[in-house]
Design a binder for this molecule. Structure first.
Ligand SMILES: *Cc1c(COP(=O)(O)O)cnc(C)c1O
Length: 392
């Protein structure tokens, strides 16, 4: 018999059967500490009662109608998100890539309404924006694009955290209408830009009349110790996209906009069958309410600082460790060599981590992480990294 699934992932040889908080159990009954949250999705951890109750209650009441009708839960979540982010309106989708598609379409429509014939969006090297054709074209990783040519036109690439390159692009290209950028690059290796990067991007966008579009799909929803990562820099984007942590595992994406950008999409210009359905939005609201009530954003800041300090102490001076960086519970430990093997070694030791950009251990623990969980993570990962680097 052939494999039932297309080989889109090289799957690790483990199947999880249940979860509770920061823990997962596999089909053999072995327990794992989750320091990845399904890649920044399950911020409230697994089987959170608020999420469970929201799903069960809403499923018993109404799952789907259509966006041709008003949807009370969508309006409620939209208002909450806009209020929190200082934005004006929201389009709901089902994933991060779809939220970015909406942002890209919005930027193009915005440009055409202003008479820009062939609009271009500035994007960064080593960025990640999704796997649909437009979003993989925006992504700064050849592996994501290879074989899918012809790519979608209209993206101009600059190095990340390089303001000079943006000034050069601004001086040389009249057709740029927007910048699409991650406040901290996730897939790109937890790249944290300098403190003045976002404020200066905001200034450049204001000066040039460009839209500042922030992809907060990984950094948003409390992950970095602020509800949205751009709040560290005290700037506001014109457009912001969210997904991952918003539904804690129930698929939902959102594209928020403000000012003129909020007026661009009109009836018929964009849409989605499932986007913003009562179930997804009810869960999104439960996630947001829990995030606020349980002060999980603050906890992410506290536990993140604690973890970063502990890792600097235990690994920082080890030969082979290049840098420990990140914000809140979005942490990267860069080694001087490819370290993908660490994922399987960690799995064997009952720990879930990820390696991205070949040499960067990526940690995205649930926002409910407590100090005892952090201590356990530091102890287990330190042992593994020491062994891996041959310094045990
Ligand atoms: C995960 C991610 C996406 C894509 O989200 P999907 O839900 O997988 O489509 C886009 N941008 C960033 C920054 C991400 O981390």
């Amino acid at each position: 018999m052939s494999e039932p699934l297309m080989a889109t992932y090289k799957r690790l040889p483990v199947t999880f059967e249940k979860g509770d908080g920061v823990w997962l159990w596999d089909t053999e009954g072995k327990r794992y500490l989750d320091a990845l949250s399904g890649i920044a999705v399950c911020g409230l951890g697994h089987a959170h009662p608020a999420v469970r109750d929201a799903i069960c209650e809403q499923a018993g009441q109404l799952i789907h109608t259509s966006n041709i009708y008003r949807i009370a839960e969508q309006e409620r979540l939209g208002a909450m998100l806009s209020e929190l982010a200082g934005m004006d309106s929201v389009f709901f989708a089902n994933s991060g890539a779809e939220a970015n598609e909406a942002a890209i379409k919005l930027a193009r429509l915005y440009a055409h309404r202003r008479g820009v014939e062939n609009p271009a969006i500035l994007v960064a090297e080593s960025s990640f924006h999704g796997r649909t054709l437009a979003t993989l074209s925006a992504t700064g990783n050849r592996k994501v694009q290879a074989g899918f040519e012809p790519l979608v036109q209209g993206f101009v690439r600059v190095p990340y955290n390089d303001l000079e390159a943006i000034e050069i692009a601004a001086a040389n290209r009249a057709n740029i209408v927007a910048i699409l950028i991650e406040p901290i690059q996730g897939e790109g290796g937890i790249q944290v830009p300098s403190d003045d990067y976002l404020p200066r991007l905001r200034e450049i966008c204001d000066r040039e009349g460009w839209l500042l579009i922030l992809d907060e799909i990984q950094t948003g929803m409390g992950r970095t110790g602020q509800v949205f990562a751009h709040m560290h820099a005290d700037v506001r984007p014109d457009v912001m996209t969210l997904a991952k942590g918003l539904g804690n595992g129930v698929p939902i994406g959102a594209c928020l906009a403000r000012g003129a950008a909020a007026e661009v999409l009109t009836p018929g210009s964009h849409g989605s069958t499932f986007g913003g359905n009562p179930l997804a939005c009810r869960v999104g609201r439960a996630v947001l309410e829990t995030l606020i009530a349980d002060r999980l954003t603050e906890n992410a800041a506290t536990q993140g600082a604690y973890l970063a300090a502990a890792f600097r102490e235990s690994l920082g001076s080890l030969p082979g460790v290049v840098e420990i960086r990140g914000r809140g519970l979005m942490l990267g430990i860069e080694l001087d060599r490819p370290c993908g093997d660490l994922v399987g070694m960690a799995l064997a030791s009952g720990l879930l981590i990820n390696v991205t950009a070949d040499r960067v251990i990526r940690l995205l623990p649930p926002l409910i992480f407590e100090q005892a969980d952090a201590d356990l993570l530091v102890q287990r990962l330190t042992d593994l990294v020491q062994g891996f680097l041959g310094n045990a």
